[in-house]
Design a protein around this ligand. Structure first.
Ligand code: PGA
Length: 255
């Protein structure tokens, strides 16, 4: 089963009202050269509309870094999926490690958000991954399985067509440390095994699993050529088109 590679640029709490749309225009131009790869950018909420305008006419998807699961009401500071749709968002991140470990999101909240994204008809990138102490204790596969099972509880096999998994070892995010190619491939294959146990092998074979954690032009080609690595979720290197576009190229060129 061939899966279309998918590369996301998670801008986190970076860019501004001018630099965000400018970056989006450069990404759109670069991505157009590599139509074999699906691409999304995830700007901060205040710049969604402007970045969406900058992406008009391009195949690059507009993504949101977070959402709230309730449709409206007294939830100060939160942003609903209806609001995100009104901004042109088509894909939403859930479970990013910074939301889990810096902002304290639980598996239950991440599951509620994931189900709400799918119920709203949008695509979801569910992020999972172990912390350094968990890796050192040999718990990588158990943590990934727990986060997959909890994050995807109540999601149907049919909804899985709109789910991408991002495996991001927490110790590799923003640190310059990268999982070895063999370790990353092994973790991805194990995650696919969990998806097969949950949803059957056809769904598992069709689901994209991105790698994330210090992906750069220099390490992307080797990682993204692995059979179970279907693209990447990129933080730091997504803030410069001259770094991000070569990662898209590497994903598009995977054999
Ligand atoms: P990084 O971030 O590429 O800066 O390590 C990845 C992510 O958090 O998605």
């Amino acid at each position: 089963m061939s899966r279309t590679p998918f590369v996301g640029g998670n801008w986190k709490m970076n860019t501004g009202p001018e630099s965000g749309p400018a970056l989006a225009r450069e990404v759109a131009a670069g991505a157009a050269e590599h139509p074999g790869c699906e691409v999304a950018v995830f700007p901060p909420f205040p710049f969604l509309l402007a970045v969406g305008r900058a992406l008009a006419g391009s195949a690059v998807k507009l993504g949101a870094q977070d959402c709230y699961f309730e449709p409206d009401g007294a939830f100060t500071g939160e942003v609903s999926l209806g609001m995100l749709k009104d901004c042109g968002v088509s894909v939403v991140l859930t479970g990013h490690s910074e939301r889990r470990h810096v902002l304290g999101e639980t598996d239950a909240l991440i599951n509620a958000k994931t189900r709400a994204v799918l119920a709203a008809g949008l695509e979801c990138v569910l992020c999972i991954g172990e912390k350094l102490e968990q890796r050192e204790a040999g718990q990588t596969d158990a943590v990934n399985e727990r986060q997959l099972r909890a994050g995807l509880a109540g999601v149907s096999a049919e909804q899985m067509a709109r789910v991408t998994i991002a495996y991001e070892p927490v110790w590799a995010i923003g640190t310059g440390k990268v999982a070895t190619t063999a370790d990353a491939q092994d973790a991805h294959a194990k995650c696919r095994g969990v998806l097969a146990a949950m949803f059957g092998s056809a769904v598992a074979q069709a689901t994209r699993i991105q790698y994330g954690g210090s992906l750069k032009p220099g390490n992307a080609a080797e990682l993204l050529a692995q059979p179970d690595i279907d693209g990447g979720l990129v933080g730091g290197a997504s803030l410069k088109a001259s770094d991000f576009v070569p990662i898209i190229a590497a994903a598009a060129g995977r054999v």
